[in-house]
Write a protein that binds this ligand. Sequence first.
Ligand SMILES: [Zn+2]
Length: 165
Amino acid sequence: MKVEHHIAFSAAVSGSLYAAGGSWQMAVAAFVTGFAIDCDHCGDYLVEFGVRSNWRNFFRSFYEGYYTRIYIPFHSWELLFLLGVVAYLSEWNQWVVGVLLGAVQHMIVDQFSNGAAGLGYSFLWRWFGGFEPNRSFPYRRTPFVGPRGAAVKIPVNPKMNDDVP
Ligand SMILES: [Zn+2]
């Protein structure tokens, strides 16, 4: 799902939390976490294309499938479980609860909109599968083709040429 859609979902969820009597701290944390989780895609982009790649292609690189590995460590059901434990241990600190709810909302939306496998958002399951992207996201409209696939597509997407090693 695109960032602007995540921002819209996050605003709706955090607004609802606040309207339902949640604290402003919880609402702010849920809003920011609801879209900021996607910053882990930057790590994948760095690994795939390097620091000196053309960052203008950052968003296209995921949607058009130019990856050989997908790590995205923040997109992890295991991390949500750990966050739940931290929330409990913090006696339901409102910031922590907000982060947890924002992350849960983001993961549910991603699970149903990104063509993920049933366990595609389990970090351990991805790890055991060598972080192979098409194993984690088999139902995408555009399969992952890796940077070599990007090279094949140069005539269609000339700007991607800057990124191909
Ligand atoms: Zn995401």
